[in-house]
Design a protein around this ligand. Structure first.
Ligand SMILES: [Zn+2]
Ligand SMILES: [Zn+2]
Length: 374
């Protein structure tokens, strides 16, 4: 399979051109509406999602001038969804307008995408790590659902987070059902949970903790606050199943059962008729994910626009326990980096056991993918 054997954290942490860090100067994620995006979810909603997902500043970029838009190459014949934007051409144009303080720029469009030179007749999205530019399309997401529906937002939000995660150097996931699984079609794409598995969450966490965009006083990533923010986002936008799934992850992080919101409890309450069945024993609360030691990490190498690698940032130091918002979750003896929560299969299964059919089981990666990551 094309996505095998995956990208273990050990390999992800090795210095090299696959790593991409925000810096004190280039620290912002920019979201760029490309052309007419009136049918897309509100840009404020998308920027909020990115901010919660990556714990970085996110800014909406001004639309590109008409001259720049006109310079983008298109395949006029298309593939059933009108003329298609050629991704490499669009990425070059976006790169030419990349703001100076941008870590990455993520463009989105309501036009269909393709990459003829690579033989892809259509693409959900393409991420170019060399340019730190991602581009994705919502053109195929409203065929069977209204554009005002939570499902449409879910499709758009998932591809957004997927492509942007590629720009952190994270490859397709083969470890669990995860938003970073590769997908060949919409059904496969939708069957993924709107969440990162522990392996990929750890990659984001390590990248941000090592980058220290606010200098040495940068607090470590607060995984609990991140997850709570995402659950609140899902609740606010009608993504009920994703909110429930997110609460399961919160439980895994805290070791405590996460209460459903009042409305959800009322909706799930059994009808008061007939003899009530015997109450099942309360489920065991999941064990908390443990914070890992940063000891043993190699000095960082950050990616330069030229493609060359140059040491730039301070070597990571061990995180002071007193400053960590998850300090109370830390194991008495932090496990070595090789022993990650993701390697605890029982915990992984527990945290990612989903109430939705079709979301449990091995990741669905097959040869070929409709998402190019280079
Ligand atoms: Zn994953
Ligand atoms: Zn991908």
């Amino acid at each position: 399979m094309r996505d095998r054997p995956g990208q273990p954290i050990k390999r992800f942490l090795q210095p090299g051109p696959h790593r991409n860090f925000p810096t004190r100067v280039c620290r912002k994620i920019y979201l760029l509406p490309l052309g007419d995006v009136s049918g897309a979810p509100a840009p404020e909603v998308l920027t909020e999602l990115l901010r919660l997902w990556f714990c970085l500043e996110v800014e909406l970029m001004k639309p590109l001038p008409a001259k720049a838009l006109a310079a983008i190459e298109r395949d006029e014949d298309g593939c059933g969804y009108g003329a298609q934007i050629e991704c490499p051409s669009a990425q070059k144009v976006i790169h030419a307008h990349k703001p100076r303080d941008a870590f990455i720029v993520i463009g989105y469009t309501m036009e269909d995408l393709c990459n003829s030179s690579s033989g892809f007749g259509f693409l959900f999205g393409e991420a170019n790590l060399d340019l730190s530019i991602g581009l994705f399309s919502f053109a195929r997401y409203a065929d069977d659902v209204p554009r005002s529906s939570p499902r449409f937002l879910r499709r758009c939000g998932m591809v957004l987070c997927h492509e942007a995660s590629h720009l952190f150097g994270i490859k397709h996931c083969v470890y669990a059902s995860c938003v970073m699984n590769g997908s060949n079609h919409l059904e496969e794409s939708e069957s993924r949970p709107f969440a990162l598995c522990p392996v990929d969450l750890r990659k984001i966490q390590l990248t941000l903790d090592q980058a220290k965009v606010n200098g040495k006083d940068t607090p470590p990533v607060d995984l609990l606050a991140r997850q709570r923010g995402l659950v609140a986002f899902f609740d606010a936008h009608g993504l009920v199943d994703d909110a429930r799934f997110g609460r399961g992850l919160l439980s895994a992080l805290t070791g405590e059962p996460e209460p459903e919101p009042a409305g959800a409890e009322a909706a799930a309450a059994p009808l008061p008729e007939g003899p009530s069945p015997p109450e099942p024993p309360p489920p065991e609360p999941p064990r908390p994910l443990r914070q890992l030691s940063d000891q043993g990490l190699k000095p960082l190498v950050t990616r330069q626009p030229s493609g060359l690698c140059a040491p730039e940032m301070d070597s990571p130091t061990r995180r002071p326990a007193a400053q960590s918002p998850l300090a109370e979750l830390a194991a008495p003896t932090p496990p070595p980096v090789q022993r990650l929560p993701s390697h605890d299969k029982k915990l992984l299964a527990q945290a990612y056991a989903s109430p939705l059919p079709g979301r449990i089981g091995p990741p669905r990666t097959r040869g070929g993918t409709k998402c190019i990551f280079r």
